[in-house]
Design a protein around this ligand. Structure first.
Ligand code: GRF
Length: 217
């Protein structure tokens, strides 16, 4: 195992279908996955919605699921409990994967450098929702996705990895979104693998990707 003495303990936060969560679980638990994550275990998949389809997928992987419903709960109360859950589980990295709830500044700062997100655009372009439709409405010729560390500003944290694809004639939000989603499923596991190998450093608000240490004979 490179870098750290123990497997990194991941928590994945979802609200819905969980395709990025599935890509991460596959990367961690299937050695033949296209981008394996070799030094991690997923200690919980946490959803703020009991009906999130991703919860069933996580259970198929044998991963613990936690239903932490958010409807009608004040943000500070919700986030304090979320912080307690993550701390009790000794989580090293929180992966937001379609978690459709804004987190409080306090929680984000408490997990600074230990919380990542995936966003379906080439940040800093197209922060927020409905990115595929907005790219098409603007006549964009290129689109993509970004992984980044989470900071208090929405979709603003230091960028880790990006992947781009062309916008094709006749694209709809669905066709374009499908092409972007396939890229998300590649760069999210790559991002988590880099974190688990201790290869990500934030310096002056930017991410540096460190080389793997040379193998000693
Ligand atoms: C993805 O497009 C992701 O980039 C965004 O929310 C969507 C979640 O999709 N943050 P899924 O639940 O991972 O399929």
């Amino acid at each position: 195992m490179s870098g750290s003495a123990h497997k990194k303990r991941l928590a994945i936060l979802i609200s819905g279908r969980g395709s990025n969560m599935r890509a991460l679980l596959d990367a961690v638990y299937n050695p033949l996955a296209p981008v394996p994550v070799t030094t991690a275990e997923v200690v919980a998949v946490i959803s703020n919605r009991a009906d999130a389809a991703g919860l069933g997928i996580a259970q198929q992987f044998g991963v613990a699921t936690i239903n932490h419903p958010s409807q009608g709960v004040a943000r500070d109360v919700y986030d304090a409990e979320l912080h307690r859950i993550l701390t009790d589980l000794r989580v090293d990295l929180v992966c937001l994967a379609g978690f459709m709830r804004i987190l409080s500044e306090k929680l984000v700062l408490d997990w600074a450098g230990k919380m990542v997100n995936i966003h379906p655009s080439l940040l800093p372009n197209y922060k927020g929702l409905d990115t595929h439709a907005r790219v098409l409405a603007n006549g964009g010729v290129e689109h993509g996705c970004t992984t980044h560390f989470v900071t208090p500003g929405m979709d603003e944290g230091p960028i880790i990895l990006q992947a781009a694809c062309p916008v094709l004639p006749g694209d709809t939000p669905d066709t374009l979104g499908g092409r972007v989603l396939a890229l998300e499923h590649q760069i999210y596991p790559e991002t988590v693998q880099l974190f688990c190998q201790d290869r990500l450093r934030i310096k002056n608000g930017r991410v540096e990707i460190l080389d793997l240490p040379a193998v000693k004979n």
